[in-house]
Design a protein around this ligand. Structure first.
Ligand code: FAD
Length: 456
């Protein structure tokens, strides 16, 4: 346990210090609803100076600190047992942008970023499927979505960061300036510092989105068509799912390719579907506004909140696998996954990425040019801890399969990992990462909920 400390020990802050039951209980939970760790205090900073003062205090006393964005981690990653949780919602301003860039506070949600950029005709190049995640929270892990095959992870689209290091020093970093910090913070799981601001690169946005859903009975046919589609980047946004048929009990595969356009131009359907061998009867198309498409999870959130699924345990696992190993990983995983192991509102994602677009050193990329994101997003039963325990075991098996084909986990999982497993995960990036942590967070107070390092 960390040194005991009192609220009155903290320096004076502009923001709020919260030690009420509701605040502590909320900070002890997350989206996963599987692990809980109660902090001693929650601080809602309102400036980088606040973050700096808290970290200066915490590092001098060995008090653990975790930044918390939207708290959508599945397994305690933003929790801080007996320490301080920095609730970044107090730093959520989207500042004015110039040219094709936007300056945002790290507690801002991607929804806010999009709302600020679209009136300028611009958009973040890559967005996650769900927009209520924070900029700091996804830059700490990577941020992958259907445009990653074109533009990389969100961490590849940020040009400069303002960071408060573990000892409370405020620094700016980019590819040109303090690049070791820039490389250690992007997808660095919150270890080297708290991101307080980010400069994001934007792209021109179109007005509308047309999505084609193409279904397949065979995994091989699905993978072949996804390879074709990603090979010539014909879609602006490319994802896909694996769906368990209600009646048949068979897995089917759905390629989801989306093309953006502004009227009077329309996407060229013949060119987009050329050479693909999907089941023509199961083909569907869907038109939405560009914003409506990107915000598509809002509807699911409403439905899942109404039936309670949104608040159940979420033993999620996501892995990244190379092209030559993905069929084995998927086939073996699906063979041992029943409907109960996925849960009523569970989802399986399977879509291609391009290694050449992924440039963030700490985000493990597939060893082949085409790689795959495979995610088994399970929903558990809050009253059945045995079933949730089985889901966690199944997650470990998925991760092991990915490792066997030289893939890696995408580090946002309900998956206990030992420090040695983390070391193996980071591979040849480990030395630089460990050196950066030693330099920027020498007392190891940050992000202990990630369990990457032995607790001091
Ligand atoms: C419904 C849903 C959909 C999702 N879809 C996608 C998706 O499409 N693609 C994808 O890549 N991921 C997806 N995720 C996973 C998500 O990107 C990660 O869980 C992300 O870390 C959550 O962001 P958050 O703001 O909730 O962060 P939190 O859960 O609050 O924090 C996550 C980690 O980041 C650290 N952190 C938070 N803020 C900062 C900061 N300012 N500086 C430094 N470290 C910080 C925390 O300490 C913690 O270690 C999804 C998650 C959910 C629940």
């Amino acid at each position: 346990m960390p040194d005991s400390f009192e609220r009155s020990d903290l320096p004076t802050l502009e923001g709020d210090i919260l030690d009420g039951e509701a605040s502590l209980a909320a900070a002890a939970r997350d989206w996963g609803h599987i692990v809980q760790a109660r902090p001693r205090l929650v601080v809602r900073p309102s400036s980088a100076a606040d973050v700096s003062a808290v970290l200066e205090f915490a590092s001098s006393r060995g008090v653990p600190v975790a930044a918390r964005g939207a708290g959508h981690s599945p397994f305690g990653q933003a929790q801080s047992e007996g320490g301080i949780v920095l609730d970044m919602s107090g730093m959520a301003t989207v500042h004015e942008g110039t040219g094709n860039e936007l300056l945002v506070d790290a507690g801002a949600r991607w929804q806010q970023v999009l709302s600020a950029s679209l009136p300028r005709g611009l958009t973040p190049p890559v967005l996650t499927d769900y927009l209520e995640l924070t900029v700091g929270g996804t830059l700490a892990v990577g941020g992958i979505g259907g445009a990653t095959h074109r533009y990389g992870a969100q961490t590849d689209t940020v040009t400069e960061l303002e960071v408060v290091t573990g000892e409370g020093e405020l620094k700016r970093c980019s590819a040109e300036n303090n690049s070791d910090l820039f490389d250690a913070v992007r997808a660095g799981l919150g270890h080297c510092g708290v991101i307080t601001r980010a400069t994001l690169r934007l792209r021109p946005a179109r007005q509308r989105a047309r999505k084609w859903k193409l279904t397949y009975d065979s995994l091989d046919d699905y993978l072949t068509d996804q390879r074709t589609a990603v090979g010539d980047s014909r879609f602006d946004h490319l994802e896909g799912r694996v769906v368990l048929g209600d009646d048949s009990g068979e897995w089917r595969y759905v390629l989801e390719g989306t093309s953006y356009f502004s009227l009077p131009d329309e996407p060229d359907e013949a060119a987009l579907l050329a050479g693909l061998s999907f089941d023509h009867e199961g083909r569907e198309t869907e038109d939405r506004t560009y914003h409506g498409f990107l915000d598509r999870m809002a509807e699911s959130q409403t439905v899942l909140s109404a039936d309670g699924s949104w608040f159940r345990p979420h033993p999620w696992i996501t892995v990244l696998a190379p092209d030559d190993g993905i069929a084995d990983v998927v086939t073996e995983t699906l063979a041992e996954t029943s409907g109960d192991d996925l849960g009523d509102s569970g989802v399986v994602l399977l879509y291609p990425l391009r290694a050449e677009t992924l440039g963030t050193p700490l985000l493990r990329k597939p060893a082949t040019d085409i790689g795959w994101l495979f995610a088994v997003l399970r929903t558990g039963d809050p009253y059945d801890v045995t079933a949730t325990g089985r889901m966690l075991e199944l997650n470990a098996a998925v991760a092991e399969r990915a490792r066997l084909v030289e893939g890696a986990v995408y580090p946002v999982n309900a998956l206990p990992m030992t420090p040695q497993e983390w070391r193996d995960h980071f591979g040849d990036a480990w030395e630089a990462f460990a050196a950066a942590v030693k330099k920027y967070d020498p007392k190891n107070v940050l992000a202990r909920g990630q369990r990457v390092f032995e607790a001091p």
